[in-house]
Design a binder for this molecule. Structure first.
Ligand code: NAP
Ligand code: ZN
Length: 354
């Protein structure tokens, strides 16, 4: 906690006391506003599968008690003395990180703060540069320095905007980086929170989009989101039919996959990009790469400037996550439903119920 107690803000939060424990309503203090800080009154907070990996301690090194949440949409309630980007009343968002060193080549590029050499400061389950734990968006208020806050365009409602702050940028950034666009055949693997937004972005970028989901249950929706083709991966025939087809495969699955099977779907020079982050290592045959000059890659969310670009792009192309808004006392149940893939397609907490 911050040493200066005089103007801290007490805020209600949903907190997990220890790995896998149920959520508790409690309070924490947000730091007094520094000159470049913004106090945000949070309206909606999305539930990302990363919140579950973290709150369950699956990735190791969890800092408890933990207040997850990195898909934050709210309204500016107060600004520090030197804030220039925002005024009280602005609709704003905060994603997966809230600070970076500002000095390394990746921070200075203005594009890649998430790869900060000193270590980016995660919105929750991290320590800030003063060594204080960070607490995320399952909370009424948050204080964030203005450089890590983005503007929610007028065309986007606050509730549907919240999942874009992680699910949106995590898929938009690699699709752009690996040139999803006209003439490119792109597969999206897994149609959950990330996957269903990825379909919409890849389609809007002009790529030919194929969805690879375990069953046929999500086919109708996938086509509505803009997919050109849809295949069930539970059917072995899918892998023979699609062999050598794709320029780019974006894997959004939260569990380990048969990597060789997916690599076999790539064209020569094709790339399998992982954004899904299972705790256990993946296994694959090097020959799956060698035989087609193929690549395996990964990608972490996206930078702040690109996050703003993604939100503006979503507003312009009428891209919106399909959400189920829940109350604060339904989060444990929502986690169970995400784990059963019983979510269509993102849970968003209405913070007014906290
Ligand atoms: P999600 O809503 O649970 O979606 C994951 C989807 O993966 C499911 O809907 C399901 O799709 C598929 N799936 C789940 N279990 C599977 C299994 N055992 N075998 C095959 N497919 C399975 O999760 P999310 O919020 O989109 O997050 C997805 C992953 O991305 C998580 O690991 C999360 O931590 C990670 N993530 C990474 C970043 C990053 O920066 N790289 C950012 C955010 C999230 P179908 O029903 O269609 O098969
Ligand atoms: Zn996330």
């Amino acid at each position: 906690m911050c040493n200066n107690h005089k103007n801290m803000t007490t805020t209600r939060v949903l907190s997990v006391p220890s790995a896998k424990a149920p959520f508790e309503k409690t309070t924490i203090e947000r730091r007094e506003l520094r000159p470049h800080d913004i106090l945000i009154d949070i309206k909606f907070s999305g539930i990302c599968h990363s919140d579950i990996h973290s709150a369950f301690g699956e990735w190791g090194g969890g800092i408890f008690p933990m207040v997850p949440g990195h898909e934050i949409a709210g309204v500016v309630e107060a600004v520090g003395t030197e804030v220039t980007k925002y005024v009280v009343g602005d609709r704003v968002g905060v994603g997966c990180f809230v600070d970076s060193c500002g000095e390394c080549e990746y921070c200075l590029s203005g594009e890649e703060e998430q790869y900060c050499m000193k270590g980016v400061i995660n919105t929750y389950n991290g320590l800030d540069y003063d060594g204080n734990p960070t607490y995320g968006g399952y909370s009424q208020k948050i204080v964030v320095t203005e450089g890590f806050v983005v503007r929610i365009p007028d065309g986007l409602d606050m509730d549907v905007a919240s999942p874009l702050l992680c699910a949106g940028i995590t898929t938009f950034s690699p699709l752009k980086h690996w040139n999803a666009g006209p003439g490119k055949k792109v597969a999206i693997v897994g149609m959950g929170g990330l996957g269903h937004v990825a379909i919409q972005f890849a389609h809007a970028m002009g790529a030919e989009v194929t969805v690879l989901s375990r069953s046929n249950n999500k086919k109708e929706k996938a086509l509505e989101f803009g997919a050109d083709h849809y295949f069930a991966t539970s059917d072995p025939a899918t892998f023979t039919e699609l062999a050598g087809r794709f320029d780019l495969i974006l894997n959004t699955v939260s569990a380990n996959l048969d990597v060789d099977a997916y690599l076999s779907l790539l064209r020569i020079d094709g790339t399998l990009v992982n954004v899904g982050a299972p705790a256990e290592p993946d296994k694959y045959q090097v020959f799956s790469l060698i035989m087609g000059r193929r690549s395996i890659a990964g990608s972490l969310v996206g930078g702040i400037r690109e996050t703003q670009e993604m939100l503006d792009f979503a507003a312009e192309h009428a891209i919106a996550p399909m959400i189920e808004v829940i109350r604060a006392d339904q989060v444990d149940e929502a986690y169970e439903r995400v784990l059963k893939s019983d979510v269509r397609y993102r849970f968003v907490i209405d913070i007014s119920t906290l």
